[in-house]
Design a protein around this ligand. Structure first.
Ligand SMILES: NC(=O)c1ccc[n+]([C@@H]2O[C@H](COP(=O)([O-])OP(=O)(O)OC[C@H]3O[C@@H](n4cnc5c(N)ncnc54)[C@H](OP(=O)(O)O)[C@@H]3O)[C@@H](O)[C@H]2O)c1
Length: 345
């Protein structure tokens, strides 16, 4: 089928484009920068015809309509992810208009297959039990978290009218071949470049390639709406660092810190951001609550219902760290034996 896709030049989206093309589907990409499409897909040997690359913006309905012309299905993975206070209103507006324009227009056109990327974090509430799909939607504190929660409410309302929207709820997305350095991959990069803390809870990732498989199954399945929690293994922080040590043969610098001071730092960062609009401090209240109180989520139902396998974290981290090195984000001394493997190959 011919699938109109947003976010195809992003991390999850570019892997999903590759998976859809490998499965024999044609893709039509709505992008902000046509050249980025060439930079990402030419080296991978994926040829996307010029006519199927539409320059536009998810917040601009005219470009969305143009991109959807002649398509049988839609994948909406684009979102503005920016934690700076000065970007708050733009994040809220872009992500809300994106869902209204892309998913709303697909529903209006009566398209039978619509895939939307939400987030497992919309269900997160400190102190709750493991995440599951029947939990209430939480509002979050950053503009980004709020925008994902609001989008989810719009999606639910459309699903209630019978719209065939299939939603994935990923945990932190990690893996190789990231056109930027998206959130969870950046966290892995920070463990090597700066430091990490061993604290309460842990880090739950999903491999970007497994997420792309989830998106393929959601696209191809028959029937109406569907929901899939795309969650890989939940590892406590000590186990995460141990895997990173073992695959590189190095020892990452980390120190133990209880959750409470980290959450306090996150809140302090949010307060400063109210006054210093361009402040790039990575700790937010939301992020620190996720890092210290994440209750875990199970991908078991999605794996069974969609027939996908969420791979072992060791494989994901090995491929991710090797890629971080190959792409020039990390140096040989950071990645130890993974760099030696590369030079021997
Ligand atoms: N990363 C995670 O750990 C995580 C976890 C849970 C859920 N998610 C969700 O997964 C989806 C993909 O995330 P990601 O990490 O892959 O993000 P990403 O790498 O930052 O990609 C975002 C994509 O959205 C596009 N985009 C942003 N604003 C746009 C606009 N106004 N018009 C058109 N396109 C626009 C970007 O285009 P450019 O290439 O031009 O920048 C890029 O292709 C998002 O919906 C995100 O909320 C991510």
């Amino acid at each position: 089928m011919r699938v109109m896709m947003t976010g195809g030049t992003g991390f999850a989206g570019s892997h999903t484009v590759r998976r859809y093309v490998e499965a024999g589907h044609e893709v039509r990409l709505l992008v902000r920068d046509r050249d980025k499409v060439r930079r990402i897909f030419d080296p991978q040997g994926i040829a996307i015809p010029e006519a199927d690359v539409i320059e536009g913006d998810i917040a601009d309905l005219a470009s969305v309509e143009r991109a959807m012309e002649g398509c049988d299905a839609v994948y909406h993975g684009a979102a503005l992810v920016d934690m700076r206070r000065k970007m708050a209103s733009r994040v809220l507006e872009t992500n809300a208009r994106g869902v209204a324009n892309v998913v709303g227009h697909a529903v209006k056109r009566g398209l039978p297959r619509i895939v939307y990327v939400s987030s497992a974090s919309i269900f997160f509430q400190p102190g709750s039990g493991p995440i599951h799909l029947d939990m209430e939607i939480q509002t979050g504190t950053t503009a980004y978290a709020k925008s994902k929660a609001q989008a989810e409410k719009v999606i639910r309302t459309l699903q209630e009218t019978g719209a065939p929207i299939r939603v994935s709820y990923p945990t932190g997305i990690v893996g190789p071949d990231d056109p930027g350095l998206s959130d969870a991959n950046e966290a892995v990069y920070i463990f090597f470049k700066q430091t990490g803390v061993t604290t309460s809870s842990g880090f739950q990732i999903v491999d970007v390639r497994d997420l792309a498989d989830v998106h393929l199954r959601l696209l191809e399945r028959d029937g109406g709406s569907a929901r899939a929690l795309a969650a890989g293994p939940m590892l406590d922080w000590a186990s995460t660092y141990r895997i990173l040590d073992e695959i590189t043969g190095t020892r990452l610098w980390r120190f133990p810190l209880p959750g409470a001071p980290l959450r306090l730092l996150g809140r302090a960062g949010d307060v400063i951001k109210r006054f210093v609009y361009d402040f790039r401090f990575p700790l937010t209240r939301d992020a620190m609550e996720y890092a210290t109180q994440w209750p875990g989520a199970s991908g078991e139902i999605a794996a069974r219902e969609l027939d996908v396998t969420f791979r072992d974290a060791r494989e994901t981290y090995t491929d991710t760290v090797r890629w971080l090195y190959e792409a020039g984000h990390l140096e040989a001394h950071h990645v130890g034996k993974l760099a030696e493997d590369e030079s021997a190959a």
